[in-house]
Ligand binder design. Structure first.
Ligand SMILES: *[C@@H]1O[C@H](CO)[C@@H](O)[C@H](O)[C@H]1NC(C)=O
Ligand SMILES: *[C@@H]1O[C@H](CO)[C@@H](O)[C@H](O)[C@H]1NC(C)=O
Ligand SMILES: *[C@@H]1O[C@H](CO)[C@@H](O)[C@H](O)[C@H]1NC(C)=O
Length: 145
């Protein structure tokens, strides 16, 4: 948020991607849900309530045999989005965790960006498909100093 990238920024983004895949929800459109939390904040809340199963995209659970692997993905995702970059694993450790080379995972701490960045606009229709627009083009004007 302060424009500073660290070597753990990619790990953070990867964690968000993991959570998006497993939940079937987009990080950016999560404000549809009736919660002030971001996608990672929601995962964190369910972790603390020990209800992680309800984070999983129901269509993934058509094969219940994979539930342990899916829960591991959420756990790793939560480790990647932790608030302090120093707490996040690096990419090689993340991979080892995903493929279970590292069997016992540390307990995640609170994620960064717990709350949605987009403030709730009461004028927005709650479930409308047109509540936001997609910016498919951006133009950079290069100017000499
Ligand atoms: C990743 O982190 C692990 C554990 O802290 C460390 O042993 C390893 O050298 C790191 N890998 C890289 C590529 O920095
Ligand atoms: C995910 O959403 C949160 C809250 O809206 C936002 O702060 C964060 O930048 C987003 N992360 C990514 C990788 O899109
Ligand atoms: C953005 O995408 C929409 C829908 O795909 C399209 O109608 C529109 O022309 C695009 N805009 C630009 C500036 O490319």
């Amino acid at each position: 948020m302060e424009g500073q990238f660290s070597e753990k920024s990619d790990v953070f983004s990867f964690g968000v991607l993991l959570l998006e895949i497993v939940s079937g929800k987009r990080n950016s459109s999560f404000y549809y849900e009736e919660t002030p939390l971001s996608l990672s904040g929601y995962a964190w809340q369910l972790w603390n309530e020990q209800k992680l199963q309800s984070f999983i995209d129901p269509s993934l659970l058509s094969e219940p045999i994979f539930e342990a692997e899916i829960l591991r993905c959420i756990h790793v995702g939560l480790l990647c989005v932790q608030d302090f970059a120093k707490d996040r694993p690096n990419m090689s450790t993340t991979l080892s965790m995903l493929v279970s080379e590292i069997a016992v995972l540390p307990i995640p701490k609170q994620p960064a960006f717990m709350e949605r960045r987009i403030s709730t606009n009461s004028n927005l229709p709650a479930k409308s498909q047109n509540a936001w627009s997609i910016n498919n083009l951006s133009i950079t004007n290069v100017e000499g100093r």
